[in-house]
Design a binder for this molecule. Structure first.
Ligand code: UD1
Ligand code: UDP
Length: 368
């Protein structure tokens, strides 16, 4: 048996850990301990996904909650260390790029436990993003690096990571999308909200550079005020963003938009149905850039860079400057094209990434 602690903590981690837990379980070769750090804790940011995605209930919830970067990272480390000491795993597996990822990674390697990073090698080359720091540091200390796209291999090679530690396995988030698409098609959210297919746009925003910076948020809202004349705007709002807007003078402008509907964060199946049927998605999310590529829906990423360049070259994604005119220019192009999302399927985004991870781990074990 391979003893492995799997870590999750924030919303995008749950879609990534779900197929990995299933593949470990199906193989019968792994003894797993699922640790939720508690970085995200609202029902709609956490528990809901365990039910919907049939993720086993976490064996341990560290319940760290919110805090500054230092406080949150330190709390995860303090609470995770005894868990590792107690379970004595062969590996700790972390996914993505959130504070829980680097915190648990550091604990593992300092205890001499091998570290696995799923979604390694992505780089925005923008150190103002907390996630970029988390990615660089996690990759630097990982023993096995599982990569979603070619740029990940190139970045890691450029940073001097040995080839035999890098494995191009594809995208576990897309495993989750493909295995849940049929169920998502049965969601009644469009009918419940009175929406027509392709008659609306979906918005998500939560990057500090967009939602903690009121100048940038103002530029984005100014574009939404124009776009809402063409399309209904459906905005499931992240708690960080809601708090910021409520405490700002922009609140009134949000309320004044008659064609903008603010929702609580929605469940995965409803969200997939909403995005899959949207004319357009406007987002600063990492994962949603990937999902819209597979769904064939045009995606305007409201950021200056992306760590997922394959979604630009092979998918439906485009980068849009945080500038009202640029947002409107891209919107107008997409509108003129009839809201067509043109793109293909990146290599290995085929639903089998988690199985490839299992295969690599079993072959590493066989060689030892
Ligand atoms: C975190 C990740 C980000 C990821 C995002 C996914 C880091 C540094 N950031 O950002 O990479 O894209 O999750 O959604 O790890 N809050 C709640 N309820 C919750 C969770 C958060 O109200 O369940 C509020 C709190 O006010 C908190 C704020 O949101 O202070 C930010 O939460 P935090 O986990 O620090 O960062 P995110 O912005 O969610
Ligand atoms: N998502 C969801 N409900 C929402 C918004 C997003 O289920 O209201 C899903 C989305 O489909 C994707 C993941 O959450 O699978 C992306 O998480 P998020 O944007 O919070 O984080 P990021 O990918 O930017 O790190």
């Amino acid at each position: 048996m391979i003893k492995i602690i799997c870590v999750c903590g924030a919303r995008p981690n749950f879609m990534k850990i779900a197929p990995i837990m299933r593949a470990f379980n199906d193989s019968g070769q792994f003894e797993t301990l699922l640790v939720h750090t508690g970085q995200h804790y609202d029902k709609k940011m956490s528990h809901l996904f365990f039910e919907e995605l049939k993720i086993p209930q976490p064996d341990i919830n560290l319940e760290v909650g919110s805090g500054s970067h230092a406080v949150q990272t330190a709390e995860v480390m303090k609470r995770f260390e005894p868990v590792v000491q107690d379970f004595q795993p062969d590996y700790v597996l972390v996914v993505g790029d959130v504070n829980s990822t680097i915190a648990c990674g550091l604990v593992a390697v300092k205890l001499g436990v091998q570290l696995i990073h799923v979604e390694a090698g992505l780089r925005s080359f923008d150190k103002d993003m907390p996630e970029e720091i988390n990615r660089i540091l996690t990759d630097r200390i990982s023993d096995l690096l599982f990569v979603t796209e070619q740029s990940g291999i190139d970045n890691l090679s450029n940073e001097g990571v040995e080839n035999d530690r890098i494995h191009f396995v594809g995208n576990v988030m897309i495993d989750t999308l493909l295995s849940n698409k049929k169920k998502a098609d049965e969601s009644t959210i469009l009918a419940d909200m009175g929406l027509d297919k392709k008659g609306y746009a979906v918005i998500t925003l939560h990057r500090p550079s967009n939602v903690d910076n009121m100048d940038n948020l103002e530029k984005i809202i100014s574009a939404f005020e124009v776009i809402e004349k063409d399309l209904k705007l459906i905005f499931p709002i992240h708690p960080r963003t809601r708090k910021n807007i409520e405490n700002s003078s922009l609140n009134q402008r949000f309320s004044a938009m008659k064609n903008l509907v603010l929702l609580e964060p929605v469940g995965y199946l409803d969200f997939l149905n909403l995005t899959g049927n949207a004319a357009l998605v406007m987002t600063d999310s990492g994962g949603i850039q990937e999902e819209t590529t597979i769904l064939g829906v045009p995606c305007m990423t409201l950021r200056e860079n992306t760590e997922r360049p394959v979604t630009l070259t092979d998918g439906t994604n485009r980068l849009v400057h945080i500038d009202t005119d640029d947002i409107l220019k891209h919107f107008s192009e997409i509108k003129t094209s009839g809201y067509q999302g043109q793109g293909g399927v990146p290599r290995f985004w085929d639903g089998n990434a988690a199985q490839r991870i299992v295969d690599v781990l079993l072959s590493v074990k066989g060689n030892n």
